[in-house]
Design a protein around this ligand. Structure first.
Ligand code: ADE
Length: 245
C-alpha cells in the first residue's frame, strides 16, 4: 500500500515513519510512504502557500494553486486514488474506517495548516474528509500519522501475530481484556489465578467476560452495535441486575 502525504512540514512526520513497526513495514516494502512538500509546487519567488482570507478576518488561508498542482502532479488528473483531507470538520476516524481504507492500494492525505484551506480544494480536489476527534490541532500532520499508523498495522504481514488486529480493542466492537506478564507477584500485586491455570477454555471465557465488563463500564454505547453471543447477553444481563441490586 502507498501513502502520499501533502504537507508543509514533512520533517514533522518522518521521524515517526522511520521508527519501529512502520519503519520495518516500509523496509520490507509492505507499505511505501511518500512525503511531498506543498511549498515545492508554489511558483512565485518566495514559494508562498498561504494568503489573507477574502472578506477579511484573522488568520491565513492555504492557497488553492500549490495544493492542486502538488496533488495533480503526484496522483494524476483525475486522481487515481482517494484524496483525503485531515480536518476537524471531517467524518470521525474509527477502527471501522481504518478497515475500510486498508482496502485501498493507495491513499493521498492532505495535512492542512493555518486557519484553513481555500474551500475550492474541498469542493474540487478532495474526495473524503476525516477528523481524528473533536478537538483542534495546529495542523493535519498528527492526524495523517494517526491514519497511517492505524491502517498500516492492518496490512497483512506488518504485525508479527497475524491475528493481532482481530484481538484489538474495537476489533469486534468491544474493548480489550486486561493483560499480564511476569512477574506473577509485583509489590504484592498478583495476577488472576485463571491466567496461570493452563486451562485455555477458562482463560478464553475470563477474557471475554473482562472484555464485556470493561466495555459495559467504560463505553456502554459500544454494546449496542457489538457482535454478542447468547452467553454474552446473559453475562451482561447479570451485570445490569447486579448494578440495580
Ligand atoms: N486538523 C486539526 N485538528 C484536526 C483533527 N482533530 N482531526 C483531523 N485534522 C485536524
Amino acid at each position: 500500500m502507498r501513502f502520499d502525504v501533502f504537507t508543509l512540514f514533512p520533517e514533522a512526520l518522518e521521524p515517526y515513519l522511520q521508527s519501529s513497526i512502520l519503519k520495518r513495514a516500509s523496509e520490507r516494502d509492505l507499505v511505501q510512504f511518500w512525503m511531498h512538500n506543498i511549498r515545492d509546487w508554489a511558483t512565485d519567488k518566495h514559494h508562498i502557500t498561504d494568503d489573507e482570507p477574502y472578506g477579511g478576518g484573522g488568520g491565513m488561508i492555504m492557497k488553492v494553486e500549490p495544493i492542486f498542482a502538488a496533488v495533480e502532479d503526484v496522483v494524476g488528473v483525475p486522481p487515481m486514488c482517494p484524496v483525503i483531507l485531515l480536518t476537524p470538520q471531517g467524518r470521525l476516524f474509527t477502527q471501522e474506517v481504518a478497515r475500510e481504507l486498508v482496502q485501498q492500494p493507495r491513499l493521498a492525505l492532505i495535512a492542512g495548516r493555518y486557519e484553513g484551506l481555500d474551500e475550492r480544494i474541498r469542493q474540487h480536489l478532495v474526495s473524503d474528509e476525516i477528523s481524528i476527534g473533536d478537538y483542534v490541532l495546529t495542523g493535519g500532520e498528527l492526524p495523517a500519522l494517526v491514519l497511517i499508523d492505524a491502517i498500516t498495522r492492518l496490512l497483512p504481514g506488518v504485525l508479527g501475530d497475524p491475528d493481532a488486529p482481530l484481538k484489538d480493542s474495537h476489533a469486534k466492537g468491544l474493548l480489550e481484556h486486561p493483560h499480564y506478564t511476569r512477574p506473577a507477584d509485583f509489590r504484592g500485586w498478583g495476577v488472576p489465578d485463571v491466567l496461570r491455570s493452563g486451562n485455555h477454555a477458562l482463560v478464553d471465557r475470563w477474557r471475554r467476560e473482562q472484555s464485556l465488563r470493561r466495555t459495559w463500564e467504560r463505553r456502554a454505547e459500544l454494546l449496542d452495535t457489538a457482535e454478542l453471543s447468547e452467553e454474552d447477553r446473559i453475562f451482561l444481563e447479570e451485570l445490569n441486575v447486579k448494578r440495580k441490586t
